[in-house]
Design a protein around this ligand. Structure first.
Ligand SMILES: Cc1cc2nc3c(=O)[nH]c(=O)nc-3n(C[C@H](O)[C@H](O)[C@H](O)COP(=O)(O)OP(=O)(O)OC[C@H]3O[C@@H](n4cnc5c(N)ncnc54)[C@H](O)[C@@H]3O)c2cc1C
Length: 426
């Protein structure tokens, strides 16, 4: 009998894991992906769409069931409500129509790729006065505010709330002598990207420039995972453009009509408050044997839970994924595919047991056809830190999206190699 693989979550990590398992384990497995929505939300290009006055809902959606069908992978449209690692079952409630009955599904292998809960509801005043770019709804709301004249040209603050990282990746050594460090913010590429893009937008719309924007971070240094050489270079560029920068805000306490209040007591005037919240684990994952003290799924560097070896995690829900970057989730999907293939005798151990060596790989749009490109592993104990800015990173960001949609999310390995050569050698 074929082994039954259940993948929870069908966005970047869930789609990627399911496809990689099919690629390496071939027809030895039946694979089913379960998600509460039936489309992939292509998050990284929302800021670019918002600033170009395009509703991201129209351009950044990929249909998941038909994409999976091409690899003979089933899809269930349902809310996942429970995981029972001992019984090897998950509980779901089909959610196309309210009132559906719960079901329990058994698995041989489970991949948890459920992302995280973006806790905007914990920020006082966010509903009335806050903006962000992490999904279609909020992106479109900000797009309208910018382009229909609601925003009058007042001060702008961009920053993150404090992230509460769990203890699930303690002791892991991805590079010799390295670690998965603790961070005060979950993912600070997006605040950097939207700040740079907004400065360009202000100039293009004759409403000002970077001097209107204050970039904040709860930590000592913004985007510290990019590396201690790269970040000062970025801050230097931003400073020369006129941006203001406030570090050690500790957390966002509340938003008011005209300001943003931080946990360190600072209050900054702001007409526009673009914030990124705490990335929290989903409630039903908290307190499980497979979860850390914040509810993120514990794995080793082969993405397996140390106690339940048939349970894997990938993407933002995995404790080891720091920062919460899709690019790191992508690396993990490759590992999971190989590990399942190894178990089923479809791959040899030498090839399959290559452990996670995380890379921060981040390409941001900064407006007017330019972008930034960061490739770094120094935060984890590696020796590389690269920052490039200009037209090529912009082209790579846009091309990556096109390639992602054209290949059903299976961006070929040469995609990254070409990006590296173009950004770093040309
Ligand atoms: C503005 C912005 C820009 C970004 N830019 C980049 C970038 O340039 N490069 C990069 O690498 N990363 C970037 N990121 C980070 C990237 O978007 C995330 O790391 C990535 O989306 C994580 O993928 P995931 O599949 O792990 O989780 P998610 O994308 O959060 O997907 C989780 C899936 O699980 C489903 N789900 C959750 N709970 C349940 C449940 N109970 N039942 C059923 N289904 C459920 C959800 O519907 C969703 O489809 C950016 C993030 C933001 C906010």
């Amino acid at each position: 009998m074929k082994k039954k693989v259940i993948v929870l979550g069908g966005n970047f990590a869930g789609l990627g894991a399911a496809q990689k398992i099919r690629e390496y384990a071939k027809d030895e497995v039946d694979i089913t992906v379960i998600d509460r929505k039936s489309y992939l939300l292509y998050v990284p290009n929302i800021p670019a769409e918002v600033l170009e006055n395009r509703n991201p809902e129209y351009s950044l959606k990929m249909d998941i069931p038909t994409t999976l069908k091409k690899d003979k992978i089933d899809f269930i449209h349902a809310e996942v409500t429970k995981i029972d690692p001992k019984a090897q079952t998950v509980s779901i409630i089909p959610n196309e129509r309210p009132g559906a009955e719960p079901h329990t599904i058994a698995y041989d292998y489970l991949v948890i790729a459920l992302g995280a809960k973006l806790a905007y509801d914990k920020i006082e005043g966010f509903a009335e006065y806050g903006d962000t770019v992490s999904d279609f709804y909020h992106g479109n709301k900000l797009r309208k505010k910018l382009h229909d004249g609601t925003y009058k040209g007042g001060p702008i603050v961009v920053g993150s709330a404090r992230f509460h990282q769990g203890d699930g990746a303690k002791g892991l050594e991805p590079y010799p002598g390295g670690q998965i460090p603790d961070a005060m913010a979950a993912c600070e590429g997006p605040p950097v990207e939207i700040s740079l893009g907004l400065a360009d937008w202000l100039e293009r719309h004759k409403m000002g420039d970077a001097s209107k924007i204050t970039i904040t971070t709860p930590g000592e240094m913004i985007a510290e995972d990019a590396g201690d050489k790269v970040v000062p270079q970025l801050l230097d560029v931003a400073g020369k453009m006129g941006f203001k920068y406030v570090n050690n805000t500790k957390d966002i306490v509340k938003l008011t009509k005209d300001s943003i209040v931080f946990a360190n007591g600072t209050e900054l005037p702001a007409e526009l408050k673009i914030v990124f919240p705490d990335w929290e684990a989903h409630d039903f994952l908290k307190g499980l044997e497979i979860s850390d003290n914040q509810g993120f799924i514990i794995t080793d560097l082969l993405m397996r839970n140390p106690k339940y070896k048939n349970i894997f995690a990938a993407g933002d829900c995995a404790a080891v994924t720091m920062p919460k970057l899709g690019a790191i989730g992508h690396q993990q999907c490759e590992i999971i595919g190989r590990q399942v293939a190894l178990d089923l005798g479809k791959m040899d151990a030498e090839k399959a047991n290559e452990t996670l060596k995380p890379w921060v790989f981040c390409i941001g749009d900064i407006g007017s056809g330019k972008g930034f490109y960061i490739r770094s592993n120094s935060w984890f104990g590696g020796d590389t830190q690269v920052l490039k800015m200009g037209r090529i990173p912009y082209m790579l960001k846009m091309q990556y999206k096109t390639l992602f949609f054209e290949t059903d999310g299976k961006v070929p390995v040469w995609g990254n190699d070409v990006a590296e050569i173009m950004a770093e050698k040309i």
